[in-house]
Design a protein around this ligand. Structure first.
Ligand code: SF4
Length: 261
């Protein structure tokens, strides 16, 4: 009989951890999934994942709400901003002004790996030929690298933004980690009221009809009656960049192995 391969043990360990994290996320969802966003953030930052959690922000049109809550609870929490190299210059300006306004202390700029980017997109037009591959090298790989050191991370996603987010939980398992969406249950009106009450500035492109703002080549204004994300990858089947999809957990594991190798 052949001795078990070390890799078989590793795979079994990962399945075990993945199963435990799924149970943990389901339990957190059942206990705390109905709490107000500020309470969810406080609970995660102070107790559930203290020192093991970050927040991911695109500094897009609705990012100010989650970032304001973070700034009130713990302005030293690491904020990961993915700089794809294809953002609107207005997003950079908005990011800088929000950081100053909110007093956020730990902004991490995450960029694509230069070697991978140079090989995959040497002249910067991969988004035309293969948007999934472009998102893979400009978004998925760098964000997986940024998330790998943490046990949990928060996003600003909300159910109302698109059909693909309609069942979004507050707590969800992503491989061996927990992703938290404190605003998942909020409506567009809730977001607007919060922004108004706290006098939060709009992203400069909001006034031009942009509702969900990502990379410049793949973002369009939304026509009246459209959902927030209708302006992303308009004309393509694509609705998400990959950092919110199932394959992201595998990307994190690859980044973790590289980081510890
Ligand atoms: S959103 Fe567009 S430009 Fe940005 S990484 Fe994806 S395909 Fe590339």
């Amino acid at each position: 009989m052949q001795p078990p391969d070390r890799r078989d043990h590793d795979r079994a360990d990962k399945r075990q951890v993945g199963s435990e994290v799924r149970d943990e996320a389901a339990s957190l969802q059942a206990r705390y999934g109905g709490l107000e966003p500020e309470l969810v953030i406080e609970l995660c930052v102070d107790r559930l994942f203290a020192e093991e959690i970050a927040v991911v922000s695109s500094f897009g049109s609705q990012s100010a709400v989650l970032l304001h809550m973070i700034s009130e609870i713990d302005p030293t929490l690491p904020v990961q901003f993915l700089d794809t190299g294809k953002h609107f210059s207005a997003t950079h300006d908005y990011r800088n002004s929000l950081i100053d306004l909110l007093g956020l202390k730990d902004i991490c700029i995450v960029e694509p790996d230069p070697a991978l980017l140079g090989a995959a997109d040497p002249v910067g037009i991969l988004f035309v030929q293969d948007a999934d591959k472009c998102c893979g090298v400009r978004k998925v790989e760098p964000m997986a690298r940024a998330i790998a050191p943490y046990r949990a991370w928060m996003t600003g996603r909300k159910r109302y933004q698109s059909e693909t987010r309609a069942a979004l939980p507050v707590f969800e398992a992503v491989g061996e980690r927990v992703r938290i969406n404190p605003l998942a249950l909020w409506s567009a009106q809730d977001v607007d009221i919060y922004r108004h009450v706290h006098s939060l500035p709009d992203h400069p492109l909001t006034a031009k009809g942009y509702q969900s703002i990502g990379c410049q080549p793949c973002t369009r204004p939304v026509k009246d009656g459209g959902t927030d994300r209708d302006g992303r990858w308009a004309g393509l089947e694509k609705t998400e960049c990959g950092i919110h999809m199932s394959g992201f957990s595998q990307a994190i594991e690859i980044a973790t192995q590289k980081g510890s190798g």
